[in-house]
Design a protein around this ligand. Sequence first.
Ligand SMILES: [Mn+2]
Length: 311
Amino acid sequence: MLEDLLHLIETYNTITIFRHQNPDCDALGSQFGLKQWIKDNYPNKDVYCLGNQEDELFPKMDVIEEERMKQSLAIILDTANSERIDDERYKLADKSIKIDHHPCDETYGTYNYIYSNMAATCEILAQYFYDMQAVKIVSKECATYLYHGLLTDTLSFKTPSTSEKTLFLASFLASKNINIAHINQRIFNKSLDEFQFISYLRSKLIIDNHVGYIVLSLDELKQYNQTVSMAKNCVSEFGNIKEITTWAIFAEVTDGVFDGSLRSRCVQVNDLASKYHGGGHYFAAGVKHLSIKDIEALIKALKKRACKYIN
Ligand SMILES: [Mn+2]
């Protein structure tokens, strides 16, 4: 796997690492995990993690000048489409490599590695670092970053994408002496605000034909001090209700315009999402710029699919 990666890393002195907008723990974990691995094994190389949005669980993003960028090898992680890459300057790089696990044919890199059977981009990197461990170091720091992405993209090793290999590679990362309990607490412990917001979401959930959904207004978000992306992240709260096989959260971004997250245990959602400026995985996808009418049409389509499945 990743046949040309090592040769390319060895060829370039400057390496820039990109990931998608609204980064999750897989995007950031793979980004900082790869940077750490390169720095551990090639201390003289200059490696930059780029992107405009930051996350308190990860270090600050790096800053780079345009001239430097032009000399670099760009590695873009966990990003299916070029329009979702956070920081367009990847286009300036001398060569680029796409490494991703989302099922998508867009080959925006000079080299493209898409492993859609992998549960996370962090799993792709963990497998690669495992294969290389006889000759390259895998530090505790690197393993900790990768474990973040493996844990969250599999919803704590619960998704259908979780395989024997996923658990094997989690064990490999754990063998680097990472603090599993601490990582879990950092990622999953909630603030009281979040807890109360989730209680509110539970009270608002509409259930119809095995589809559960919530539509949130700007006022409601403001009332609970939540951003649209925080609200969308709460979609995972509704994944273990027997009567619901497919579920969604929509949150108002600006007046009458909503973004949303779709999930299912049994029906495809990414093809529907692609009709609403979105996309993603077979069972987990995002949508953008929907009107209330769009939401109604989308829920109707989901119900049509979901009603055939009862668990
Ligand atoms: Mn991912």
